[in-house]
Design a protein around this ligand. Structure first.
Ligand SMILES: *Cc1c(COP(=O)(O)O)cnc(C)c1O
Length: 467
């Protein structure tokens, strides 16, 4: 190891508190220091090149190293690095970006509220839907229904909306008036049932919950079109249209958290456009700037915007960095690239279907169960015996074993329990998908070897050749 690596690692552990990290255990190992990036690849301080199949944290949609975004930021910083929109002022990039996003979202939408992250945007959603109902004379409509294993961010409100038990376990969460239903996870919950029938049943859990709480107390339902951090849970195609029908039936607002699915990941500008929902509010962040600068927000549908604007008076909510001119200028340059290079169409027509084909082949690997993709999101479950649908004992942390092989072999693939997930940058080509699949096969074979050596697999099984 080079001295620079060990020096930075020592300072890292002395001064820097990382998100979602057990510091005592990290201090023993030392963090990997990422020093540069280009295209699909990142490099660490030891000069190791790594294929980033997670687009950072689901955000680097156009890939790393695009000079156009650097230029947009530089120019905007020189002209106007910052000004707020609180006191009857505005700035050009924020206006242009709001108009552009409304155009991409479609006829249902009229305005955008900006923040700097997905978490903040979901805080905004709670404030906005409760203010909406109070303005309409129904202040008792406060409850927001979400789902187990959902991820909506890490602020008090974001973590409360989320359905992660280990997050609720710290800090006295969830906050009041948030309820959760089960997630539409066919392979994990009821794989033997017909998938479409399962989708209808899973959406029905929302109706049950509405009736249990009382429709006159429910403000909104929130869901990620495809659950990301929960392990890339792709719902049956019947699910979202049925959720929409139920929301309409009881007049409750629908919020789609598009922080991952937005800006092209599923081959449409927003995931709900593909999956058959027409949300009243859409949360965005991550891909809007491809992660080059922090920016988030809420796309507001006409139903909500009309009430807020014409009857709501002051909305007592906002952030110092709402509509930050530099972040908005970078987002505009990012959308230019997504449009001019046809990346969203390419995901829908070419790379998305190709990844689906390659993942169908991956299903033949002895460890792989329930491999599924949608656009450029994909996941599978590491199975002890997939014929008999037997999972590994959770405490064996088989997902971590696989992730460590990926890490050691130059591939970033994430483990959520024993689900292995990817979400590569949208500029990935078919040839680069082949490169990625080679790495995935290699890491799966190495994992299988280790599991057999450890005695975690019942018997030696035939390995599929990494074609
Ligand atoms: C990442 C994420 C968030 C939180 O975004 P931050 O920018 O980390 O606050 C919210 N919702 C979803 C679906 C996410 O994936």
């Amino acid at each position: 190891m080079t001295t620079i690596t060990s020096e930075i690692q020592a300072e890292d552990s002395a001064y820097y508190l990382h998100p979602f990290t057990d510091h005592k255990s990290l201090a023993g190992k030392g963090a990997r220091i990422i020093t540069k990036a280009d295209g699909l690849y990142i490099w660490d301080s030891e000069g190791e090149k790594i294929f980033d199949a997670m687009s950072g944290l689901w955000c680097v949609n156009i890939g790393y190293g695009r000079q156009e975004l650097v230029d947009a930021a530089t120019k905007q910083m020189q002209e106007l690095p910052y000004y707020n929109s609180f006191f009857q002022t505005t700035n050009v990039p924020a206006v242009k970006l709001a108009k552009r996003i409304v155009g991409l979202a479609g006829d249902n939408y009229s305005h955008v509220f900006f923040s700097s992250s997905g978490s903040e945007s979901n805080d905004t959603n709670i404030r906005m839907v409760r203010h909406y109902w109070a303005t309409l004379g129904q202040p008792e409509r406060k409850v927001i229904i979400s789902r187990n294993n959902a991820y909506h961010g890490s602020t008090m409100a974001g973590a409360s909306l989320g359905g992660m038990g280990y997050m609720h376990a710290q800090g006295g969460l969830p906050i009041p008036d948030i309820a959760h239903i089960e997630q539409p996870y066919h392979y994990g919950l009821d794989h033997a049932k017909d998938k479409d029938a399962f989708g209808i049943e899973a959406a029905g859990w929302l109706e049950k919950k509405i009736l249990e709480i009382g429709a006159d107390k429910v403000a909104a339902f929130i869901g990620e079109p495809i659950q990301g951090a929960g392990g890339v849970i792709i719902p049956p195609k019947t699910y979202w249209p049925e959720i929409q029908r139920i929301c309409d039936k009881y007049g409750i607002l629908l919020i789609c958290d598009e922080v991952i699915c937005g800006f092209g990941r599923l081959g449409t500008w927003f995931g709900s456009q593909l999956l058959g929902a027409k949300p009243d509010l859409m949360t965005f962040a991550k891909g809007v700037t491809s992660g080059y600068l922090p920016l988030g927000g809420v796309v507001v549908g006409k139903r909500v915007a009309d009430v807020l604007i014409n009857q709501g008076g002051d909305f007592n909510h906002g952030y110092t960095y709402s509509g930050h001119p530099v972040a908005c200028a970078v987002a505009l340059a990012n959308i230019d690239i997504l449009e001019h290079e046809g990346l969203v169409d390419r995901v829908r027509q070419e790379t998305g279907p190709y990844l689906a084909e390659r993942y169908a082949e991956l299903s033949h690997h002895p460890l792989v169960g329930g491999a599924e993709t949608c656009g450029l999101m994909a996941g599978f479950m590491l199975m002890k015996d997939k014929q008999a649908h037997i999972t590994f004992d959770e405490t064996l942390e088989v997902g971590m074993i696989c992730r460590n092989h990926c890490f050691a072999n130059g591939l970033i693939m994430r483990a959520v329990g024993d689900r292995m997930i990817i979400a590569p940058p949208l500029m990935i080509s078919k040839a680069q998908i082949d490169d990625m699949m080679k790495l995935i096969y290699h890491c799966l074979d190495a994992t299988l070897d280790e599991l057999e050596t450890l005695g975690y697999m019942e018997s030696k099984q035939l390995k599929v050749n990494a074609a």
